[in-house]
Design a binder for this molecule. Structure first.
Ligand code: CA
Length: 229
């Protein structure tokens, strides 16, 4: 699970990064609204923690523009203000939840887990789409109908997790490469196709009807097996 923090107060940002990394989330950080919006628009994050008062572009504008761009990533807004108006404004612009500073670590983590669950069919142990289930602890991919299962390699796991969390949506090769290999990986770009074929073989192996469809010129999509009948 990849989480983006958009926060300009360095100490707060560092604390958030540390807390989330301890919980085994992958974390990226932007310290202004302009970079934050660009990162959110990449579509590679599973959740975003967004401060309101930010340089270059405030949090309200960031969330409003991201939603306008069709980005559905769950967003938790952090606000130093406790006035009701500000909370309502954030939610009106498309935030999923808000937390008022200062907050307890436990509360933050609970809100993040709730956001991630809202995003997909996610429990603490598994995520699922169609007839496939991915175990987050063991990296086992299984099919609900056949009961067959197979273990995924680290990168296969990341790919399958991303596909499942965005099931039914088209993901571009750029998004997939960024998500799985990160930002400094030009050389890995063509590997997306290779890993797609690995992932398809594993879906076939477990007997899943859920399948990875290539959408010409756009990217890939995880689909229910019966959606193309
Ligand atoms: Ca701030």
């Amino acid at each position: 699970m990849k989480i983006l923090i958009v926060e300009d107060e360095i100490r707060m940002a560092q604390a958030l990064c540390e807390i989330l990394k301890l919980e085994k989330y992958e974390v990226d950080h932007c310290d202004n609204g302009f970079d934050g919006l660009r990162a959110i628009n990449s579509g590679i994050y599973d959740a975003v923690i967004l401060d309101v008062m930010l340089p270059l572009k405030n949090g309200y504008d960031v969330i409003r523009e991201a939603r306008h761009n069709g980005i559905k990533t769950p967003v938790l807004m952090l606000t130093a203000k406790s006035e009701l108006d500000d909370k309502v404004k954030g939610l009106d612009y498309g935030a999923d939840d808000y937390l008022t500073k200062p907050f307890m670590t436990k509360e933050l983590l609970a809100r993040i887990r709730a956001l991630l669950r809202r995003n997909a069919n996610v429990s603490d142990e598994t995520i699922a789409f169609g007839d496939v289930v991915l175990d987050k602890n063991t990296a086992m991919l299984s099919c609900k109908q056949t009961g067959r299962e197979i273990r995924l390699s680290e990168k296969e796991y990341r790919l399958m997790e991303y596909l499942i969390l965005n099931g039914g949506q088209i993901l571009s090769r750029e998004q997939l490469a960024l998500k799985i290999w990160g930002y400094d990986s030009e050389a890995e770009y063509n590997n997306v196709e290779v890993y797609m074929s690995f992932a398809r073989k594993k879906l076939t192996f477990v007997g899943a009807k859920t399948e990875i469809k290539a959408v010409r010129g756009l990217g890939y999509e995880l689909r229910h097996g019966d959606s193309n009948v």
